[in-house]
Design a protein around this ligand. Structure first.
Ligand code: DGJ
Length: 747
């Protein structure tokens, strides 16, 4: 891992043997982009990579004697608009009442070991020496007296560059930022498939693909949260790229609020990627000596297809993003009472669930919504974070004590960012709700959003939550967020500064997370937003797992978990077995298929064990045992997608330990095939070709090459005539295979 800097030629080459990222200072002092992709040998000069050519006669150019130097055709690192580049820029700012075209010129650079943190923001970090190197390039706009710092970090062994930008006002006059993206990346052509994750409540993060075309194509959120609808992730893959081969560039935003990711394909078919805070309804005031820091953008280059891209992101997030204390910890198998009781519970009912869950081998009991204020449905009490003693007659501490006495950990649901109009908190502090005073407040799920841009609101929630954590010895918190922001307005901010509201809001959320996670590092946080409405890397910095979706139907989960795995390690996905008919789809799937899907995540249950048959109870006991045996593999292994639910009736994926000594394979078939083919196999991947693996501890041995080239034999499917020997049949079939390296067996 190396950052080569040629101070004479002003060239920068970040490389780690897997990727190279190269840029230089152009003749006008701006930074020009030269290359991002598979590693290149370092050489004395890379300037030839910046191609100059005479543009068309109609082009504009800043130097009269050098018409070839036209910003419209030059690839840049952090472009501005208005001086011969007509594409959308990375930054736009001005003095308060003066229009200005920023002109940042190279000033200096600084090399750092490791990676500095970003104040107030989640970001990747290093915990070992030599894990990463950073170069900070400083540019100055003399007219604005503003200093722009572009941060680039390269990690050892990872095909990843992280970028961010910060701006400091070194002058006397106020500056206004109208747009400031985390990164801009100019790619030399447009021969890509624009790939992203889209959806809505109950069907989050479905894989979407379309051919990149001339013009701007974008994904975004203006909801105050990263959203169910578009994940802040974008991949540009070559048309021939598959899961296992070919090139792909990926961009991910470590942020949980409004974002924009766009690709602008210009008239020369070059592609400009911009990623950052959405500029719509955004502005930021900088007074003398104030700074603004953008969230971080992760750039990945994979020449090993989409799986290679995902593994790069998984490794980065497992090793350099989730809280370090959770990296190597086993997360508890939990039971959550939401679908078992909804709001209708009391202490006895909860203890019954907990007792039978304990017998199943479950480790953590989570009390969901409805334990506080007068909350017997979703119309009241958010904000009144004290226990409902009618339901919990010995209070939370009493319940927690009894749960702990059963040998279970105790976890609790909160929705800290919200307030019900019918609540004591709202009566006392109506001005704490987000909204314009002269307009009616739009409700969502009967609730309003608390103004987290205010420090008094954040302080209040901190006190309430910290008190409950201490009083009950909580082990786990599910932090929910069930509506998006409307009438975005803070009564604490001046009219001129309302453009800062959305970003200040999410900074407040991060601040509360930061305070709670640093004061209570042993409490496991699971983020949630009406299911997976804020499943993003920003949240992951504080909460190592997220509730993937409210949709627990095994068939729907195939798509949701498959899509989510493009970006996020599978151990970050809360995935629970629930009852049937399923509460979101009314579909009835076998218990085994529900578990076989949920194993590939952080496992748990969302049902009332008291309603299970004895057959189901013994099956669940086995499931719990099974997961306990394999959860370290699921946490640490390389995940491979094999068959996509978006393109076929079958889905398959597998996780292989880093040393290739064991693997867990999941195979799923949604609808049965009439008179199916006789030979049904599944070709595996990621194994060691010359290792002998035993399948399912059943004395069947295969070399890795056979399992990958010929495939693993799937059990015989029912075909209408083979009733006595068929091993599976009907809709919603699934199969799990466990492979273990076996030494000393001759086959
Ligand atoms: C939405 C969450 O996703 C559910 O799991 C549950 O916690 C409900 N909110 C409770 O209101």
């Amino acid at each position: 891992m190396q950052i080569h800097v040629d101070s004479e030629k002003k060239q920068f080459h970040l490389t780690n043997g897997r990727i190279s990222y190269i840029f230089h200072v152009m003749k006008n002092g701006q930074l020009g982009h030269l290359y991002f992709g598979k590693a290149l040998q370092h050489r004395a000069d890379f300037s030839h990579l910046q191609r100059y050519d005479l543009p068309t006669p109609a082009s504009c150019h800043p130097y009269e004697d050098d018409p070839a130097f036209c910003l419209e055709t030059l690839r840049q690192e952090y472009p501005v608009y208005g001086n011969s580049d007509f594409r959308e820029p990375a930054i736009s700012l001005r003095k308060e009442h003066l229009r200005h075209i920023p002109h940042f010129q190279y000033d200096s650079f600084q090399l750092l070991e490791g990676k500095p943190s970003l104040e107030g923001l989640p970001a990747t970090f290093t915990s070992e020496k030599d894990e990463a190197k950073t170069v900070q390039v400083i540019l100055k706009d003399p007219f604005l007296q503003a200093e722009l710092t572009l941060n680039y970090t390269i990690f050892r062994d990872k095909p990843v560059i992280t970028r961010s930008a910060s701006l400091k006002n070194g002058g006397e006059e106020k500056l206004i930022i109208d747009r400031m993206m985390g990164a801009s990346l100019d790619l030399p052509d447009k021969d890509f498939i624009f790939t992203h994750l889209a959806g809505t409540w109950s069907r989050e993060r479905h894989v979407k693909e379309r051919k990149l075309e001339s013009g701007i194509q974008s994904i975004s959120s203006l909801r105050g949260a990263s959203s169910h609808h578009h994940n802040p992730f974008l991949a540009l893959k070559r048309p021939d790229t598959t899961e296992h081969s070919g090139s792909v560039f990926a961009v991910n935003h470590i942020y949980s609020g409004n974002f924009l990711m766009q690709v602008e394909v210009d008239h020369y078919d070059t592609s400009r990627v911009l990623a950052g805070i959405h500029p719509y309804d955004f502005s930021w005031e900088l007074n003398t000596d104030d700074s603004f820091q953008t969230p971080e953008v992760v750039l990945v280059y994979s020449d090993q297809g989409l799986n290679g891209m995902s593994q790069a992101l998984h490794n980065l997030y497992r090793e350099n993003l989730i809280p370090a204390q959770w990296r190597k910890k086993e997360r508890p198998i939990l039971i959550n009472n939401w679908e078992a009781t909804y709001f209708d519970f009391n202490e006895e009912k909860l203890l019954d669930i907990a007792k039978s869950a304990k017998e199943l081998g479950v480790e953590l009991f989570v009390l969901d919504d409805g334990w506080f204020g007068k909350r017997n449905d979703d119309t009241t009490s958010l904000g009144d974070w004290y226990e409902n003693v009618t339901k919990l007659h010995e209070g939370l501490a009493g319940l927690a004590g009894k749960i702990n006495a059963l040998g279970l950990k105790f976890g609790l649901w909160f929705e800290p960012e919200m307030v019900s109009p019918k609540s004591n908190l709202y009566q006392e502090h109506p001005d704490w709700a987000v909204g314009l005073p002269h307009l009616p407040h739009t409700l969502g799920r009967n609730q309003l959003v608390l103004d987290f841009s205010r420090s008094d609101v954040v302080d209040y929630l901190y006190e309430k939550m910290a008190d409950i954590i201490k009083r009950t010895g909580l082990s786990y918190i599910k932090w929910d967020m069930n509506r998006n922001i409307t009438e975005p307005f803070s009564q604490k901010l001046s009219t001129e500064r309302q453009g800062e509201f959305f970003h200040r809001y999410i900074l407040g959320v991060y601040q509360l997370y930061e305070r709670l996670t640093s004061e209570f590092p042993d409490v496991l946080f699971e983020s949630c937003a009406g299911g997976g409405g804020r499943f993003d890397p920003g949240m992951m910095y504080y909460a190592p797992q997220a509730w993937t979706s409210d949709d627990t139907d095994a068939v729907e989960r195939l798509k949701i978990q498959y899509g989510t795995s493009y970006v996020f390690p599978i151990y970050s996905m809360g995935s629970h077995v629930s009852t049937v008919p399923n509460h979101q789809t009314y579909r009835i799937t076998p218990l085994s298929t529900r578990a076989n899907t949920a194993y590939f995540g952080t496992f748990g249950y969302e049902l009332d064990p008291g309603k299970l048959s004895s057959l189901e109870i013994s099956e669940i006991k086995e499931q719990v045992e099974f997961y306990k045996k394999h959860r370290c593999l699921i946490r640490d292994g390389n995940f491979y997608r094999i068959l996509s639910p978006f393109f076929s009736n079958e889905t398959a994926w597998m996780v292989v330990s880093k040393d290739q000594s064991e693997a867990l394979v999941g195979w799923y078939k949604v609808l049965a095939t009439p008179n199916p083919p006789k030979q049904q196999t599944l070709k595996l991947t990621g194994l060691d070709a010359s290792t002998v693996y035993e399948v399912n501890n059943e004395g069947q041995f295969y070399f890795g090459d056979e399992l990958m080239q010929v495939g693993i034999q799937l059990p015989t499917e029912f075909n209408g005539a083979n009733g006595r020997i068929a091993e599976r049949g009907g809709d919603y079939q699934s199969q799990i295979f466990y492979l273990k390296r076996t030494d000393g067996v001759n086959i």
